[in-house]
Design a protein around this ligand. Structure first.
Ligand code: CP
Length: 315
């Protein structure tokens, strides 16, 4: 694998997921790949899981890590070409990416959507400029439109916990006081189409995701109908894509509760975390044994380890 910007960079997806599950059983078997290698982890946004699990994955692979919070520890980066840099931005991506490429063997980048410039977000301005100007492989640790490491971990979790060949999976929108990006929902949607599953998206009107990503997927505006007989329910908030970055409703009608989940097939509950209790879902969902959220977070390590292994194997 030359880079990991989207889950499409992992060829033969289902085999890859099985390999990640195998890595989890013997995580220290591949340290030879990481000898004298350095992963540079660049964060424009906060993180708990991605930062710790990717660092742990690197350690498991014998890879050294260098971590920097670019939002407050380094020079602000200019991404536009041909600008006169007389504002706050002191360093151009051309130099920044080239310099980091000398210190590291792989770069991992976290850069969320701005949610106020749809064109730049859709173009993945930050991630793609790192990929363009770095001379080493780039890993996406959540970008404006995708969170492929999360989707890999979610796929592992579904494969590990499904009790039928073709489970019914529902991605349901849930409330949130802040405008959140589409990255997790986009990558989850792309991922589910690569595994054997029946898939439905449930969301209020106006919260349609990018139609290029949801093409052909049934969309329900009634959460209860969507969840009937579901084996997995994945809750996630996202802001409006059409009315880009906007919050269209603030009521709690779509908050997931144990009562609402009674129509499912004793569904397992999933969420990428962090999650706001009693806003997105009620305590009785998160504290129920059917909640997989902690297991999902654990699988982030082995998803990252798979990606590192594939890139390091490629030389
Ligand atoms: N799910 C996830 O990416 O968590 P963090 O934002 O804490 O990394």
């Amino acid at each position: 694998m030359k880079q990991f910007l989207t889950i499409n960079d992992l060829s033969n997806f289902e085999v890859g997921i099985e390999e990640a599950i195998t890595l989890k059983k013997n995580p220290y078997n591949h340290k030879k790949f990481g000898k004298n290698k350095t992963l540079g982890m660049l964060f424009f946004n906060p993180s708990l899981r991605t930062r710790m699990s990717t660092q742990k994955a690197a350690k498991n692979m014998g890879v050294n890590t260098m971590i920097i919070n670019l939002s407050n520890e380094a020079w602000e980066i200019e991404f536009e070409d041909g600008t006169q840099m007389n504002g706050l931005r002191s360093e151009h991506i051309k130099e920044a990416a080239a310099v980091v490429s000398q210190y590291c063997d792989i770069i991992a980048v976290r850069a969320f959507a701005s949610l106020n410039n749809k064109e730049n977000d859709e173009a993945e301005q930050v991630l793609n400029n790192f990929a363009k100007y770095a001379s080493i492989p780039v890993i996406n640790m959540e970008s404006a439109t995708a969170h492929p490491l999360q989707a890999l971990a979610d796929a592992m979790t579904i494969i590990e916990h499904k009790n039928k060949k073709r489970p019914k999976i529902v991605l349901t929108w849930a409330p949130h006081p802040k405008a959140l990006p589409h990255a997790v929902s986009n990558s989850f949607t792309r991922m589910v189409q690569k595994i054997d599953a029946e898939f439905i998206i449930a969301q209020p009107e106006g919260y349609e995701l990018n139609p290029k990503i949801t093409k052909g997927i049934p969309v329900y505006h009634n959460q209860r109908d969507a969840m009937e007989g579901a084996d997995f329910v994945y809750a996630k908030n996202w802001c409006s894509y059409i009315d880009y970055g906007k919050i269209l409703r603030t009521d709690n009608q779509w908050m997931l509760t144990a009562e609402k989940l009674k129509v499912t097939n004793n569904a397992k509950f999933m969420h990428c975390l962090p999650i706001r209790r009693n806003i997105v879902v009620s305590d009785d969902v998160l504290d129920n044994p059917n909640s997989l959220v902690i297991k999902q977070a654990n699988n982030r390590t082995f998803a990252a380890q798979l990606v590192l292994k594939k890139i390091l194997e490629n030389g």
